[in-house]
Design a protein around this ligand. Structure first.
Ligand code: SF4
Ligand code: SF4
Ligand code: FES
Length: 251
């Protein structure tokens, strides 16, 4: 149909069915309702046609990050993606950077492992003299980064992870955002730049900005999180005087 008006009675979906990367697309026709989002259609199919259709969701309010999938080839939150703004047939498939579990569900457990690794290795550590009082401007500095819902959409488009699968070498855009948040905390005492270079793979990012384009929270991932981290890395590692000192100290 390809129309973008709301006069339709039914909408055609093609949905990936299968597990562990094996399977095929199957077509479904779903009754259209005003204001419908992709997740509504998926749940209708599950409730009326295919009881075993695997789907992960929770809040239906674009806040938990669970319903991330690829819709018409674009990484999207299904509960935020309106059907009347899409061309038919609407294609829904799992995020491809991650391992596949079943149907449109990908295994995003790497996200939790990566967050845990950062917290364990270079998490927030306040000064011993900390008063735990924050000024309003300090609260503001990290606010943008705290909006991250860890949906994984930015990870799904990042070529370092999607094409090259460097999940063991690069913490990816979402966790660079998390690192930037830790860096902006006024009481933070940790210098995590060396860790981000050696273990976090910061150098793998070549600022293509694809991650920023898909972020549902509109976080300026590259401009506000990654580029300042890279600037700090350049200051620490490529400043000629610091390089000389490191050479003398053999570090
Ligand atoms: S940075 Fe944006 S796209 Fe990436 S995980 Fe967080 S909310 Fe999702
Ligand atoms: S800007 Fe960096 S982190 Fe973002 S998609 Fe490109 S390579 Fe990946
Ligand atoms: S169901 Fe929570 S973000 Fe979509």
């Amino acid at each position: 149909m390809g129309s973008k008006n709301g006069n339709r009675k039914e909408v055609t979906f093609v949905i990936f069915r299968g597990d562990k990367g094996r399977g095929e697309f199957k077509e479904y026709r779903v009754p259209y309702q005003e204001g419908m989002v992709v997740l509504d259609a998926i749940l209708w199919i599950q409730g009326n046609l295919e009881g075993d259709l695997a789907v992960r969701w929770n809040c239906k309010a674009a806040k938990c990050g669970s319903c991330a999938a690829e819709v018409n080839g674009k990484p999207s939150l299904m509960c935020k993606t309106r059907v009347d703004e899409l061309k038919e047939p609407i294609k829904v498939e799992p995020m491809k950077a991650y391992p596949h579990i079943k149907d449109i569900v990908a295994d995003t457990s790497w996200n939790m492992r990566t967050r845990r690794k950062i917290i364990t290795k270079v998490g927030f550590r306040p000064s011993l003299k900390s008063t735990f009082l924050m000024k309003e401007e300090d609260v503001e500095r990290g606010r943008e980064f705290r909006k991250c819902i860890e949906c994984g959409l930015c990870i799904d488009v990042c070529h370092v992870l999607r094409e090259h699968q460097l999940f063991d070498k690069f913490i990816g855009p979402a966790y660079l955002v998390f690192s930037a948040y830790l860096e902006t905390h006024p009481e933070d005492t940790i210098n995590r730049i060396a860790w981000l270079k050696e273990e976090g793979g910061l150098m793998y990012c070549n600022i293509t900005k694809c991650c920023t384009e898909v972020c549902p929270e509109e976080i300026h991932i590259t401009d506000n999180a990654i580029i300042p981290l890279k600037e700090r890395l350049a200051d620490e590692y490529f400043d000629p005087i610091k390089m000389l000192f490191r050479k003398i100290l053999n570090k």
